[in-house]
Design a protein around this ligand. Structure first.
Ligand code: HAM
Length: 421
């Protein structure tokens, strides 16, 4: 019979990778809590309307990439910002504190064309700070993300920041941009021609060399922004400089969501190929209102865990934790197997990681398995051990052995394990 394979663009996370992810998640949780961010979990699927209204109907994500079902009523979440804001409003989190600092680690779903670093199911960790328009929170958000990446030894990444103003500020600019690009219509790709009417800002994101040349002389959004927006941006930049963060201002940086206002940022890595953004975010001061709440400023970011792991693999990152076993029981004969099974049952309750044989293998095969499992100790039980009431415990690192009474086995715990031999 033919085998059934996983859907395209998804990943099996096998134990070897799983341990790395657990390490990353533990580190991320530790750093988020240093900044006093608290974890939030939201449903895997939401009403489709949330993403249409939150992200914007004309964005690539909403128009092409959503996994919607039950007559399009529900959608697997393609991102977390809209769900977090929905939960913030629905659970009246604004009543609990002036500013809500929330973080998440979760799977996302986008029906994109799969390629290296781009999946249909992927995971992100991210943060959202809701309730403050202070430029210090923009700087904190960027520094938080960078500190997480630095924590994994990633220091030479490119940080791009920009400010894109609000809808009103963008209006005049978009008219000018459209006018300018219409003069170059013949040299625009089909995608950009379509975007010209529905979402011209996205054209700034083009990878097409000819279009990049055309854009070189196009109007610059920054010139159309209000003094207030420009001041906010200058303050963010100055604050980042004060805390020694190297960044590049990129006036053409736009992001694929309609909710952004003011500050936007991205971190890119040359280790990633064409999907080079590992981290992206920005301010979205109108989203709470758009989703039915009171006008509330907010800012956030998300980082792709698979992309982070690709960079770490390229840089031969040394993950510290490995799976390991404290004690392997090697037993021969039915009575010995019975004894070992009871012993592991007791020891596991004392937090000793232990293993016994389930395949009725020879002593030699069981010893080989203990080596493969990286077991720190081996205890050998056979007929003679059961009749003498004593057994041998062997330290695998140097082969040192000690004879101990069988009852001693039951007294082994985390703190005395290494003093037995
Ligand atoms: P985003 O730029 O769409 O932003 O995604 C953030 C990160 O998720 C990307 O930089 C990338 O590392 C990862 N990512 C995105 N799509 C894929 C994919 N198909 N496969 C693998 N990794 C992917 C957001 O999602 C916003 N919600 C960020 C945000 C939070 N803005 C404000 N608050």
């Amino acid at each position: 019979m033919n085998i059934i394979r996983k859907p395209q663009g998804t990943l099996d996370i096998l134990p070897e990778d799983s341990i790395k992810r657990i390490f990353i998640e533990d580190e991320v949780r530790r750093i988020f809590s240093n900044y006093n961010y608290k974890e939030i979990r939201t449903p895997t699927f939401e009403k489709t309307e949330l993403f249409k209204r939150g992200i914007g109907e004309e964005t690539d994500i909403v128009s092409k990439e959503m996994y919607s079902f039950h007559n399009d009523e529900f959608t697997l979440k393609p991102e977390m910002t809209a769900p977090v804001i929905r939960a913030y409003i629905e659970n009246s989190l604004y009543n609990t504190s002036g500013i809500q600092k929330l973080f998440y680690i979760s799977n996302m779903y986008r029906h994109e064309r799969p390629q290296a670093g781009r999946y249909r199911e992927f995971s992100q960790f991210g943060a959202e700070a809701i309730g403050s328009s202070d430029f210090y929170i923009d700087a904190e958000m960027i520094s938080l993300g960078i500190n997480i990446l630095n924590n994994f030894g990633l220091t030479n990444l490119k940080i791009k920041i920009n400010t894109i103003g609000n809808l009103d500020e963008r209006k005049l600019y978009l008219e000018e941009l459209k006018k300018y690009l219409s003069k170059h219509l013949n040299n625009l790709s089909e995608t950009s021609k379509k975007r010209l009417d529905i979402n011209p800002l996205r054209i700034l994101d083009t990878k097409d060399k000819k279009e990049i040349e055309i854009l070189d002389d196009s109007p610059i959004l920054y010139d159309y922004l209000s003094d207030e927006t420009k001041n906010h941006f200058q303050n963010v930049c100055k604050t980042l400089e004060k805390i020694n963060i190297n960044f590049e201002v990129d006036f053409r940086l736009v992001r694929g969501f309609d909710y952004y206002t003011s500050t936007t940022f991205e971190i890119i890595s040359d280790d990633l190929g064409s999907q080079n953004a590992v981290f992206g975010g920005g301010r979205y001061d109108r989203l709470v209102e758009q989703l039915g709440g009171k006008q509330t400023p907010a800012i956030g970011f998300a980082c792709g865990i698979e992309r982070l792991m690709i960079i770490l693999a390229k840089r031969n990152y040394d993950y510290p934790k490995q799976y390991g076993v404290d004690i392997c029981f090697v037993s021969l004969g039915n009575e010995a197997r019975d004894f070992s099974f009871k012993a592991v049952d007791v020891l596991r309750k004392s937090d000793i990681i232990c293993e016994t044989d389930y395949l009725n293998r020879s002593i030699k095969a069981q010893m080989k398995e203990a080596n493969k499992l990286n077991s720190k100790y081996v205890i050998i039980i056979g007929e003679s051990e059961l009749s003498s009431g004593k057994c041998t415990i062997k330290r695998m690192s140097d082969g040192e052995e000690k004879e101990i009474p069988l009852e001693t086995i039951y007294k082994i715990n985390k703190s005395n394990l290494h003093s037995i031999v």
